[in-house]
Design a protein around this ligand. Structure first.
Ligand code: PLP
Length: 441
């Protein structure tokens, strides 16, 4: 199977070049026997390609294979995680200044991009699923309502799947965006495995960002920026604004190898994991798909009367879940595991006795009033106060406890008593928060 970038780096290493360039290890081993494939850890040298350059090269050949496999016009490798791709994608679609419709539940990288680009957010709310204690999918009609009320919005950004595995109907949302002349960007940081499992929803979006490192056998920081209707040159331009000028060839060739693995054995193993996840969902109290609730088939979100205690109990047994909140424990199951890992998890779950119905979680209140732009809120002088003493102040950061997993208060919004009451109710109280200094409001 073709791995053009990995093959070309290996071939060059095989010539035993005298390396008088970067990285400083010059292809030799790292001290202390530190395991690192130095021999393919090159820099741009005329043979290795240029991530942000224009000439066809092995990197572009490897990116093209990803673009074709996932059904996109172009693909850029990212060595700074989805965070880099979110910054680049929003700059590409929304540019500087102006409005954007945003999933309220966006990752903080979206909030940071918003502030740096000086965009004005119109937040898209998600329904609260009381039966599951999580937010539901972004609904196409909610996006349509926002775009109808604000026809000046030409960029929409949503997350799918969420941390808990909730998928939104991307083709339907993309259709709504198109009808209003808006472009859709999807933060698919948790969904890089889905196209290999036959999911085609992402192809309807204009721009999609995925973290290979979250759900595929790929190293930390590896991610992808995929686009329809935009050429690689445009992705390179914006990717280079937010990426290092010395991108790691080891990370890039690991992306090449991960795709190749997923063309065969990796997908077969992933499909086995999907079957195991389905069985686990059937045997343990867990988030499960139903009418109106589509889920990532490999994400296991367990219910617990005390999610933090369950996560601690699992960790005490050498099992490390991805995330816990008051009523859930989220496990990322991938092709790296199989029946043995599922059995080990089941034995531990039985041993802890901590799965079961989660405590009631009230839905988050309506967002507070925004009094500063996200940009002003990011750059204005701030101070730290106790959250319980912050009523009336303007929030400088995000207050986003899990659950609900969406910011109860976002940067630039005035903290109201009802939001503090909600945060108290869900047990998020004795913490500090950053607020804008009074004179700067
Ligand atoms: C929904 C979502 N988007 C984006 C990111 C950023 O991804 P990365 O860590 O690859 O930069 C994360 C990270 O956890 C995330 O959960």
């Amino acid at each position: 199977m073709p791995t053009p970038l990995y093959d070309s780096l290996r071939a060059l290493a095989g010539t035993h070049p005298l390396r008088l360039d970067m990285p400083g290890h010059h292809g030799g081993p790292l001290p202390g026997g530190f395991p690192w494939p130095s021999e393919i850890d090159f820099t741009e040298n005329g043979h290795t390609g240029d991530l942000y350059g224009g000439e066809p090269d092995a990197i572009q050949a490897a990116e093209r294979l990803w673009a074709e496999r996932f059904g996109f016009d172009s693909c850029l490798f990212l060595t700074g995680g989805s965070t880099q791709g979110i910054h680049a994608g929003l700059a590409l679609l929304a540019g500087e200044g102006g409005p954007a419709a945003l999933d309220r539940g966006s990752h903080r990288s979206v909030y940071h991009a918003l502030a740096l680009l000086d965009l004005t957010p119109h937040f898209i709310p998600r329904p609260w699923l009381a039966g599951e204690g999580v937010t539901g999918p972004v609904l196409p009609e909610t996006v349509g309502k926002a775009l109808k009320a604000h026809p000046e919005i030409k960029t929409v950004c949503i997350t799918s799947p969420t941390y808990y595995g909730v998928l939104s109907d991307i083709p339907a949302i993309a259709g709504v965006c198109r009808a209003h002349g808006a472009k859709l960007m999807v933060d698919g940081a948790h969904g890089a495995h889905l196209p290999f499992l036959g999911y085609t929803g992402y192809q309807a979006a204009d721009v999609v960002v995925m973290s290979a490192h979250k759900t595929l056998p790929a190293p930390g920081q590896t991610a992808l920026l995929l686009a329809n209707g935009f050429g690689l040159d445009q992705l390179q331009r914006w990717g280079s604004v937010y990426g290092t000028s010395s991108p790691s060839y080891v990370l890039m060739s690991a992306l090449d190898a991960a795709r190749d693995y997923m063309e065969g054995e990796g997908t077969a193993r992933y499909l086995e994991t999907v079957r195991l996840t389905e069985a686990l969902r059937g045997r343990w109290p867990a988030l499960a798909p139903r009418d109106g609730l589509a889920l990532d088939p490999a994400r296991l979100t367990l219910f617990s009367p005390d999610g933090f205690a369950l996560a601690d109990a699992l960790r005490a047994r050498g099992i490390y879940p991805e995330m816990a909140d008051a009523g859930h424990v989220v496990c990322i199951l991938t092709c790296a595991g199989g029946p043995a890992e599922a059995e080990r998890l089941e034995r531990a779950l039985a041993d802890t006795g901590l799965t079961g119905p989660y405590p009631p979680i009230p839905p988050p209140p309506e967002p507070p009033q925004a009094v500063l732009t996200p940009r002003r809120a990011l750059f204005a002088p701030r101070e730290r106060v106790l959250l319980s003493q912050s009523a009336g102040r303007v929030c400088a950061g995000q207050i986003a406890p899990y659950p609900p997993g969406v910011p109860v208060i976002a940067p630039g919004e005035r903290i109201e008593k009802k939001h503090l009451a909600y945060l108290r109710e869900i047990g998020y109280n004795e913490v500090y928060c950053d607020v804008i200094r009074p004179r700067e409001e």
